[in-house]
Design a protein around this ligand. Sequence first.
Ligand code: SAM
Length: 241
Amino acid sequence: MKPHPALTKHYNDLDSKQAFLRKVFDDSAKHYEGIARWGWFNSGDRYRREALKRAGLAQDMKIIDVGAGTGQTARAAAEIVGSPGLVTVVEPSRGMLEESKKQLDSEHIQAMANNIPVPDNAYDFLTMGFALRHVDDLDTAFKEYFRVLKPGGKVLIMDVTLPSGKISYFMTKLYFKYILPFLTRIFTGSAAAKYLMSYYWETMEQMVDSDLVIKSLKDSGFKAVKEKIHLGVFSEYEAIK
Ligand SMILES: C[S@@+](CC[C@H](N)C(=O)[O-])C[C@H]1O[C@@H](n2cnc3c(N)ncnc32)[C@H](O)[C@@H]1O
């Protein structure tokens, strides 16, 4: 199951998607942390901490964060589990990974969601924050998540979901399609970062429905699969191995 169809305005076909993503995230890496902060009205760190706690992350758990970007979710996790030594950061973009290393003294691994070079049954918890749309294939990624979690281990996938109401959809589109890319250009001075934020909206618009994400988690072996919607726009998918 592909998270969204090929976005041929940006790359030729799905075989080119990962190379495209490496380039756009590498090119924007040094701006990303700032955009993730002000672009979400400084609420992102708190939201991540609360979502992790809601899902049951607790002191001393061993956790792996996939699609970690510059490490926002991984840092929130380190605070909760009590030590960066309990956190493994997985991120395919070299630029994003280097930015994360500056702020978190954890193991950092350059890898994609579908092929994580860690042993089987190794983690109590796996998180993916706002990166699901970037994986090549949901089933392959979720089977890999299942492999690396201990029996009874939990996965939490945070994502943005588009609101169903007409007015809230319009406001969300206005912000992510036009305002955020425009402000990104102004505040960062980077055309590459602006381009990434415009691309971000397209992936939101084209993302498969949540029932297909839930089906893929179940087909990959997970139990107790559920989606919680928070504040109307945040999806939190939880599942247990
Ligand atoms: C929006 S950032 C997410 C940052 C962070 N997780 C957070 O909580 O905000 C999306 C990240 O997904 C990464 N990514 C792209 N393709 C991926 C793949 N196939 N597997 C895992 N991560 C991928 C990108 O390099 C990027 O750093």
